[in-house]
Each structure stands twice: as structure tokens, then as C-alpha cells.
Design a protein around this ligand. Structure first.
Ligand SMILES: [Zn+2]
Ligand SMILES: [Zn+2]
Ligand SMILES: [Zn+2]
Length: 226
């Protein structure tokens, strides 16, 4: 499964009643850890916070009951493959959706989904071996992307990212190119920050840096010394 770093939120405004769409990028959390989504009328629809890019606290203003509802979601649910309804517990109906743009748009038309999907989406649990390294490298990739220095040799500049416990995998959806970036030790940060532009090779798998497995061994040695 490929996870993109963008998700779409559709939510009905509790003040002006309009259905509003928002885009939420995972990159928004690499520096500040908080993102507020505002309606055109000025009301805050939603606030999303995260300290570790793994668990996300979501609060949203409910158009049905007027209260603020709270959800704690993991990254896979927020930037996942399925849409997630934003339920009002008082009326047991969705006030909006989070998920891939197409599915969210479709759901807004249908207004029909099961709460079972919500439960299924919460099943994943996964740790980063080194969240700080993961953040630093994501931040640097964002910087490269902004400058147009991240892409694929086939011409595509919009790569998909998958975050795994010890690495980031970059995918080109135009060709079969894959890029692997190890992100579990501070040496990985130094390797990546030394790269000024990063292009995948068309239809090939490219190891952008080296895994530094030795680090884990030396960690164990330190523990032995204590
Ligand atoms: Zn509004
Ligand atoms: Zn409600
Ligand atoms: Zn490509």
C-alpha cells in the first residue's frame, strides 16, 4: 500500500453551514506540530496536533450538536487508503470525512458509510525506530521538494512517500521508480542533508543512503558496559 503525504478533509461548517474542503499535508507537522483549518467564514473547523508524527489529536467543531469532538488517530488512518467519517456521537452521523480526495468527495455525495470502517482504520500500530531522525529527514525532503530538487528522472516531481519504522520509501507513480532512504540513525541525517538534489532512476530501485545497522549493535554494547 502506498501512502501519500496529502489527505483531504471535508467538513460541514457549524457556523455558516457550508461544506468545506481542506488539504492536510503530513509536512505541516514536521516543524510546528499543529495545524488549524479555518472556514471561509472565519470559524475554526478543525485543529490537528502531533508531537511525534505518529499519533495525531484531532478536534473538530460539530455542525450537528454544536460541540467540539475529539479523535486520536495514527498516521496510517489520517493519511491512509480509506476515508474516515467524522462522527457526531450525539446523532451518530458524519459531519464530514477525512481521506483520499476522491473517496471523500464521493462520500459527501453518498452520505452512506458504516462505523465499522472507522474501527478498522484504527487497527494499525507502528513505531519509528528514531522519530527525531525521521522528522529531520522528512523536513529536508520537504525543503528539496519546495526547491524542485526532488523527483524522478522520468519527469515526475510529485513522489509518494511511505514511512516505515526504519526508512522512507519514495515512489514515482508515473514509472516504476522506487527510492529507499534509511532513517534510523543520526548518520542517516548527515548523509541525506549532504545531498543537494535527489532524483529517482526511471523504473529502478535506488538506495539513496546506506543502512547503518552497526549502530544497533553498538547500542547493545553500551548497555552491556553499564
Ligand atoms: Zn463557515
Ligand atoms: Zn456533534
Ligand atoms: Zn518516474
Amino acid at each position: 500500500m502506498i501512502l501519500t503525504t496529502n489527505t483531504t478533509i471535508a467538513i460541514q461548517c457549524s457556523q455558516c453551514g457550508k461544506l468545506e474542503f481542506h488539504a492536510l499535508s503530513l509536512f505541516a507537522f514536521s516543524r510546528r506540530g499543529r495545524k488549524n483549518l479555518l472556514c471561509g467564514c472565519g470559524l475554526q473547523h478543525m485543529s490537528v496536533t502531533s508531537g511525534n508524527l505518529q499519533q495525531f489529536n484531532v478536534t473538530y467543531a460539530c455542525a450537528y450538536c454544536g460541540e467540539t469532538h475529539y479523535l486520536r488517530l495514527n498516521r496510517h488512518t489520517l493519511w491512509g487508503y480509506n476515508k474516515l467519517p467524522l462522527i457526531c456521537p450525539a446523532v451518530e452521523a458524519p459531519v464530514g470525512y477525512i481521506g483520499p480526495r476522491q473517496k471523500v468527495t464521493q462520500a459527501c455525495h453518498e452520505q452512506e458509510q458504516s462505523i465499522g470502517e472507522l474501527a478498522a482504520g484504527l487497527g494499525y500500530e507502528e513505531d519509528f525506530e528514531n522519530p527525531e531522525v525521521m522528522l529531520r529527514i522528512l523536513d529536508y525532503l520537504h525543503h528539496l521538494a519546495k526547491q524542485g530538487d526532488l523527483g524522478c528522472a522520468c519527469g515526475n516531481l510529485q513522489l509518494s512517500f511511505e514511512l516505515l519504522p526504519d526508512r522512507i520509501e519514495l515512489y514515482c507513480e508515473f514509472c516504476e521508480a522506487v527510492g529507499v532512504i534509511y532513517a534510523d540513525s543520526s548518520d542517516n541525517v548527515r548523509q541525506i542533508e549532504g545531498i543537494n538534489s535527489m532524483y529517482l532512476e526511471e523504473n529502478k530501485t535506488l538506495h539513496i543512503n546506506n543502512p547503518l545497522r552497526g549502530q544497533h549493535l553498538s547500542k547493545t554494547n553500551e548497555e552491556v558496559k553499564k
